[in-house]
Design a protein around this ligand. Structure first.
Ligand code: MEV
Length: 314
């Protein structure tokens, strides 16, 4: 008998990049797109294996005597096993697969790690709080992304819309009325690590100008959160538009992202912006439920390879 656990994709509504510098951000899970970890129990002495369906079905063996590995999934598993003080490994194969496009700004890496960790915790019969799980997934994020803010792992582990600020307790967003988002995938894979590093270079070369932009993004996040709490979606759309303009100044947009933003706005979206690390990845648009099918069609015509529709609620 096998068991499957999972974790969702994520979308940053407002505040990406500035969140790395201590500004607030708003993020929501995209529950329809998920990473899965299926636990298959194996006969005694078979050892612990991880099979990655999306990496050509490659199978990796976890060796209890090592503390690290060159293989990122194995090294993540070892981090959790060491944290939980496990010396004897279970006999099982954890089969990983994901619906979340890779390098798309939707948190595929953090979702895979979260699903893998949930599977291991279940196998070991341990009790681990979401808060501790989140800290562990963040450690893995740091191994891959350099200086992540922690927003991605937090929204993915808790699977709730959140107001996130580095080093502050996580706040749930109160949502007055559910709202609809379209998420358009450019199909262009882009490294968040590189985009974050480029913004850092820009920051170091012109601290006063970039700090002003980051502060303005932080202010938009606060306005956006109030707009959500009041159900004022015209204002939320406006903050998304302004946020996109500021992200352009941070050089993390791209011609296709800008085109999709323009198309979304021109077709009736209340607001649109890039979401996540940028340069590629995805664009999000705030739309009414009635206008969603038409705007979706326009985005696909304009070059999006896939458009997901999601309703954000508490
Ligand atoms: C990536 O989803 C969000 C960024 O702000 C990076 C981070 O917060 O670690 C670009």
């Amino acid at each position: 008998m096998s068991q499957t656990v999972s974790a969702p994709a994520k979308i940053i509504l407002l505040g990406e990049h500035a969140v790395v510098y201590g500004q607030p951000s708003l993020a929501v899970p995209l529950s329809a797109l998920r990473a899965y970890a299926e636990i298959v129990h194996l006969p005694q002495n078979s050892g612990l294996r991880i099979t990655a369906i999306d990496l050509d079905n490659q199978e990796f063996t976890v060796n209890s005597h090592s503390t690290e590995s060159d293989q990122p999934l194995v090294s993540a598993a070892l981090l959790l096993l060491n944290d939980l003080g496990c010396t004897t490994l279970p006999d099982a194969n954890i089969i990983l697969r994901s619906d979340i496009p890779i390098a798309s700004g939707m948190g595929s890496g953090a979702a895979i790690t979260t699903a893998l960790f949930r599977a291991l915790i279940l196998l070991l019969g341990k009790e681990v709080s979401d808060s501790h799980l989140n800290d562990l997934v963040y450690e893995v994020e740091k191994m891959h992304h350099g200086t992540p803010s922690g927003v991605d792992n937090t929204v993915i582990v808790f699977e709730k819309p959140i107001y996130f600020m580095r080093g502050k307790p996580i706040e749930r967003i109160k949502i007055d009325k559910p709202f609809t988002l379209l998420v358009a995938d450019t199909g262009i894979g882009a490294s968040t690590k590189i985009a974050v590093a480029d913004v850092r270079t820009l920051y170091n070369s012109n601290m006063i100008f970039i700090t002003r932009i980051l502060d303005s993004i932080g202010e938009l996040v606060v306005v956006g959160q109030q707009a959500i709490e009041n159900g004022d979606y015209v204002n939320l759309g406006h903050t998304m538009n302004e946020n996109h303009n500021l992200l352009q100044k941070l050089t993390v947009s791209s011609p296709l992202l800008d085109k999709l933003v323009d198309i979304a706005r021109g077709s009736g979206a209340l607001g649109a912006k890039l979401s996540g690390g940028g340069r590629g990845g995805n664009m999000i648009a705030l739309v009414s439920e009635e206008s969603a099918p038409y705007i979706k069609e326009q985005l696909l015509d304009a070059g999006a390879i896939q458009v997901y529709q999601t309703v954000v609620k508490e």
